[in-house]
Design a protein around this ligand. Sequence first.
Ligand code: ADP
Length: 197
Amino acid sequence: MTRLLIIGPPGSGKGTQAEHLARHFNVPAVSTGDIFRSNVSRETELGRQAAGYLDGGSFVPDHLTNALVRDRLQDTDVRSGFLLDGYPRTPPQVAELDSMLAEQGRVLDAVIELLAPDAELEQRMHRRAQEQGRSDDTEEVFRRRLELYHTETHEVVSAYAGRGLLVSVDGTGDPGEITAQAIAAVEKFLASFPPRT
Ligand code: ADP
């Protein structure tokens, strides 16, 4: 029964950490970025609507993103827990997630924030661009994603910090070490505030 969020800037290794943490906490990882990319490659209606936003490094409009998450959170596999990766990332999405969870009588247990300096994120993006060829890993698009993180998603982080849910983890260094530190930090946090429902 663990409901977690992971928030981090582009290039912070959020997706990789989400998978390891989800395995450890035995919950499904739900990545809005992955769901959008999969829809784009399968050329679904949602993919067609989302593609331009992904390629430009902008947010997919809240109404599309919220509907997608609302739908996904009704699946049976996330009934007893989940790790949401990449959602919410705007203040209206925070409000929407609050109401989805309230309707289901659920609460969040912890919000993991991955920290890394911008200069390192840019270096990693260059490396990843060569390895994975993601269409949004170009200098200009990456800069836009990073800027949106600082302007929009920063407020999301502050909101959860204000609720006492934030667990910040240093996202620099060896990925395995980061996972270990994140697990230790979340477990310590959960032990002091045991899962509520
Ligand atoms: P990153 O965090 O590195 O930008 P993601 O895979 O999390 O990578 O997201 C890739 C893209 O998917 C975003 O740039 C955006 O276009 C879209 N996206 C993912 N999650 C959201 C969200 N919660 N709200 C709006 N757009 C989103």
